[in-house]
Design a protein around this ligand. Structure first.
Ligand code: HEC
Length: 90
């Protein structure tokens, strides 16, 4: 790969990855914790109405978040916190 092609690839990867990082940062509180309620309300309501945490069991939320998290742009490192929040709110 030429240097130019390499630089171009890095640039394009940045364009794709950066918006995701920036928008996730909107859900990080000043103390560094994740505002799961805001994340869930905004990201998981883009395609359908929100499901109540009580609609699913703890185990079901694990598979739901793993299935829909990628579509909602919830980065993998934030999914366990979102799952725990959904489980704790039901
Ligand atoms: C890109 C669109 C999209 C986003 C964003 C999205 N969903 Fe969904 N979701 C769907 C679709 C489509 C269905 C209907 C599934 C079907 O029956 O085909 C669905 C259904 C569901 C269901 C019903 C049960 C099921 O599995 O069918 C749950 C629960 C759910 N979504 C949770 C979530 C959560 C949690 C998030 C956020 C992490 C989320 N969704 C974000 C598209 C989305």
């Amino acid at each position: 790969m030429s240097l130019r092609a390499f630089a171009c690839t890095i640039f394009l990867a940045g364009l794709i990855l950066l918006p995701g990082c920036e928008t996730m940062s909107a859900f990080i509180r000043a103390d560094g914790t994740l505002d799961c309620q805001a994340l869930y309300a905004r990201r998981c309501s883009q395609c359908h109405a929100l499901y109540a945490p009580s609609d699913y069991t703890d185990g079901e939320w694990v598979s739901k978040v793993n299935r829909y998290g990628p579509r909602a742009g919830v980065a993998p490192e934030y999914r366990p916190a979102l799952i725990a929040w959904l489980q704790g709110s039901n």
